[in-house]
Design a protein around this ligand. Structure first.
Ligand code: GTP
Ligand code: MG
Length: 195
């Protein structure tokens, strides 16, 4: 799957702009700055496919990428704190929630969590929404290259405890680094199974 072409399809700012729900779709959700866009770039081996930056609130639209013309990968705007005007942030939060709860071809949501911090209350809010919408989700820890072993274990533990409360959560957590490449093969294999 990942040997095929990957292309940017479109950025969407309203539900009526979504492309037809005609193929399996996998999305990347998480707090602003957690590393969603970077992970899509790392997975696809394309450095600047999705725009990443150190400013929380970089991704402000729902960005669709086609993978080998058979799957959609979706880069979502972040939730939580963002450096952007409030009305804009509120608009994309509404869109994000509508998308997560109402996309019929969404096979799995990866919920990205910073390995240094573990799952936070805002993550739980999104997990609750995914439970209600019966969207299976999987926690992906990011920035593994930045965390000390002890802190990593602590945030894995916090995150495991949170996941246990959510019926739509897939129990296994994937530890990743977009910088060093950890976990990328595992994620590619998970995505390749989705049909
Ligand atoms: P928003 O679009 O603002 O919600 O952020 P995002 O979740 O898409 O995060 P983005 O990919 O833009 O990354 C945020 C910052 O974290 C950037 O400066 C990245 O270079 C950095 N970053 C992302 N992943 C990693 C990683 O695995 N390791 C390290 N060291 N830095 C990372
Ligand atoms: Mg982004």
């Amino acid at each position: 799957l990942f040997a095929g072409e990957v292309e940017f399809l479109k950025g969407v700012v309203a539900m009526d702009g979504l492309p037809p729900a005609d193929r399996p779709e996998i999305c990347f959700a998480g707090r602003s700055n957690v590393g969603k866009s970077s992970l899509i770039n790392a997975l696809t081996g394309r450095k600047a496919l999705a725009r990443a930056s150190n400013t929380p609130g970089r991704t402000q639209e729902i960005n669709f990428f086609t993978l080998a013309e058979s799957h959609y990968l979706v880069d979502l705007p972040g939730y939580g704190y963002a450096e952007a005007p409030l009305p804009k942030v509120q608009a994309w939060q509404r869109l994000l929630k509508a998308y997560l709860a109402g996309r019929p071809n969404l096979r799995r949501a990866f919920v990205l969590i910073d390995s240094r911090h573990g799952a936070k209350p805002v993550d739980e809010e999104i997990m609750q929404l995914l439970d209600s919408a019966a969207v299976t989700f999987q926690a992906v820890m990011t920035k593994a290259d930045k965390v000390k072993a002890a802190d990593r274990e602590k945030s894995l533990e916090t995150t495991r405890a949170v996941l246990a409360k959510h019926p739509a959560a897939f129990p296994e957590i994937v530890l990743t680094s977009s910088e060093k490449g950890d976990g990328l093969e595992v994620l590619r294999a998970i995505i390749a199974q989705m049909s």
